[in-house]
Ligand binder design. Sequence first.
Ligand code: ZN
Length: 104
Amino acid sequence: MEQWINLYRASHSLEAYALKGALEVEGVRVRLSGEGLAGALGELPVDLLQVTLLVCEEDRSRAGRIIERYQQRQGNGWLCGQCGEENGANFDICWRCHHDPHDH
Ligand SMILES: [Zn+2]
């Protein structure tokens, strides 16, 4: 059974679709959650819509690297205090070791 995990929280739907395209080009299947809100919240700025990208557990590492490259082009990342991996600004936890920098 496939397990879908939250990989990345996009700051708006346009970013989510850009990342979804980048991942799919690499053969990673992506689901978006939150995009259904776009219609209901049509009056609000698109920046207020948070869209989460979900990928299969087995694709997690590969997808993380793809998004990492995307983030490096955008700037703003953080280094994991546990394994030293560089993570994109929108990663809440380290994509490599799952360390949560906020959990101390
Ligand atoms: Zn780490």
